[in-house]
Design a protein around this ligand. Structure first.
Ligand SMILES: CC(C)(COP(=O)(O)OP(=O)(O)OC[C@H]1O[C@@H](n2cnc3c(N)ncnc32)[C@H](O)[C@@H]1OP(=O)(O)O)[C@@H](O)C(=O)NCCC(=O)NCCS
Length: 151
């Protein structure tokens, strides 16, 4: 698997995967802006076409997954797990004591992925996501302890 660190030069590739993975896509400019921010880092898996990416931010001893996505045609091959594993390792290297993320309470695939990596449910944000005509969805806040050696 061709997994590498991503930079602003990969913004178009990330936007392309994001558009395939989410209903409300973030464009290339949004990724360029995020990637130029302090503490922001990314990993990318690409073959001939970009397959998946993760975008995170580490600051003040905490890390956060901003977004992670794998193109539908590239799923269930371990790419999401590999990206998240790299993101967790980088958070630890950056000195973070914990890593956080938010996930749609109905997103069984992502919840299973995060739980398999040791993330635990830390809270619930009611009606956090706007799904347009489908109404609003709750977000589960998840936390991975990086201070212990458990993971
Ligand atoms: C969530 C997502 C990133 C997973 O990517 P992926 O490359 O398919 O994940 P992996 O192949 O590495 O799967 C790792 C583990 O996650 C879990 N998992 C992944 N997809 C799953 C699914 N559809 N149903 C149940 N469990 C799933 C499994 O435990 C899996 O391990 P296994 O294949 O050994 O059973 C991908 O489905 C995606 O991009 N979804 C849309 C965007 C999204 O929801 N992002 C997260 C927002 S918070």
């Amino acid at each position: 698997m061709n997994l590498r660190a991503g930079s602003a030069a990969d913004a178009a590739a990330m936007a392309s995967v994001h558009a395939q993975a989410f209903d409300a896509p973030w464009d290339q400019a949004a990724f360029e802006q995020l990637l130029s921010g302090p503490g922001v880092y990314a990993f990318l898996v690409a073959g001939d076409d970009p397959m998946g990416f993760v975008l995170c931010r580490a600051a003040a001893g905490e890390a956060e997954v901003l977004t992670v996505g794998v193109a539908p045609w590239a799923r269930r091959r371990g790419i999401g797990a590999a990206l998240m594993t790299a993101a967790v390792a980088a958070a630890r290297t950056a000195g973070a004591q914990a890593m956080f993320l938010e996930v749609d309470a109905d997103n069984a695939a992502a919840l299973a992925l995060y739980e398999s990596l040791g993330f635990e449910r830390a809270g619930l944000r009611k009606a956090y996501y706007d799904r347009g005509l489908a109404g609003r969805a709750d977000a589960v806040v998840m936390r991975l302890d990086l201070a212990s050696n458990a993971h």
